[in-house]
Design a protein around this ligand. Structure first.
Ligand code: DAU
Length: 333
């Protein structure tokens, strides 16, 4: 009956993972350590059985809180992070504290507590922008945003704990996630909810930046797969089933929602905006993982989910913190 510590399990990807784990591993119990920042939402896990899942409010950079939460856990899956690139451009401090120091604090606790496996969830952004081809796990890390730099730093801390302390770590690097429960500051939920309100989506620059889209449920399945089957000390890329330019994505969403192209507002580009990410996922495939979602189905279901869950996202968009962020972020654009 494994007990798993999930960090950041109130967030978008973390809560989807917790939901998947409850369904896929009926004998496992989950301790969910989450600081409940603006992006962590107890509503994301409100329907999950209390007998299987317990949320503890706490910061991963707080050694005492981490040590207590990890008691009796043999597995750790580490999602907790500041993740929004635009926010890291406005102020990088929380990114360094949570993503780098928080990871180090967790690793120290995992060594003390003799955790059996520690999976560190990272991102394709650590490779930086690649004009062509696919990023492989062994490629140079060339992060460009403060967010990406903080994740690359955390990946290196994880690596160092494997080499130095033989910590039982595995790192995964995923592409752009989409699906239910994504906080509406990220491109896709912002686009869908703005279009529902007949408000424009602010497209950065020429909209020709390329992203690879991974359904969050496939990501959750892939993480569990790697947690159970991956080799300690290794890194695994987790890409999606579809790669496209932002302007193509916008057109698809407009079409599926029956909206007009006038709802696209071209605005000033993001500073240091990475042009293209693309992942080589051969290693994950060789480990036996297969996607369940194709993008067309995933996107339709995601639009339907936001349509059906206005009561989930509207309070987030009308909250004071969101409105002041939105104003600061898009005022000059
Ligand atoms: O690639 C994985 C990464 O994907 C994760 O590590 C990050 O946590 C996650 O936020 C995401 O980063 P991106 O910067 O690619 O995601 P975002 O949703 O912010 O933007 C997707 C694309 O859309 C990107 O090229 C910027 C563009 N965009 C975004 C926003 C918020 C716009 O054109 N307008 C916008 O208002």
């Amino acid at each position: 009956m494994p007990k798993v510590l999930v960090t950041g399990g109130l967030g978008f990807i973390g809560s989807n993972f917790v939901r998947h784990l409850i369904a896929a591993r009926p004998s496992w119990t989950i301790v969910n350590l989450d600081a409940r920042t603006y992006a962590g939402n107890p509503a994301n896990v409100a329907d999950l059985p209390k007998s299987r899942h317990r949320w503890i409010k706490g910061d991963i950079a707080d050694a005492k809180a981490v040590d207590k939460a990890m008691a009796g856990c043999e597995l750790v899956v580490h999602f907790a992070a500041e993740t929004h690139v635009d926010r890291s451009i406005l102020d990088a401090s929380a990114f360094l504290k949570t993503n780098v120091i928080g990871t180090q604090v967790l690793l120290d606790a995992a060594l003390r507590r003799k955790v059996r496996r520690f999976l560190h969830v990272s991102t394709d952004e650590v490779y930086g922008s690649i004009p062509k081809g696919l990023s492989k796990e062994g490629d140079l890390l060339e992060p460009n945003s403060p967010y990406a730099a903080s994740k690359a730093a955390s990946d290196l801390v994880v690596r160092s704990y494997f080499v130095t302390h033989r910590a039982p770590v595995i790192t995964t690097r995923a592409s752009n996630n989409y699906g239910p429960y994504q906080y509406p500051e990220k491109a896709l939920p912002l686009m869908i909810t703005n279009f529902m309100e007949d408000r424009p989506f602010p497209m950065y620059g020429d909209g020709r930046q390329v992203r690879d889209w991974l359904h969050v449920q496939d990501h959750a399945r892939a993480i569990l797969h790697v947690l159970e089957k991956g080799a300690l000390g290794d890194v695994y890329n987790i890409g999606g089933s579809y790669t496209c330019e932002n302007r193509e994505l916008i057109s698809k969403v407009l079409e599926l929602m029956g909206k007009d192209a006038r709802l696209v507002a071209r605005v000033e580009d993001r500073k240091g905006h990475d042009r293209r990410y693309a992942l080589d996922c051969g290693k994950l495939k060789r480990l036996g993982f297969r996607h369940a979602y194709d993008f067309e189905r995933g996107l339709r279901e995601t639009i339907a989910w936001y349509r059906a869950h206005e009561a989930w996202w509207r309070p987030l968009k009308t909250a004071g913190g969101y409105r002041s962020y939105y104003k600061t972020q898009y005022r000059k654009k």
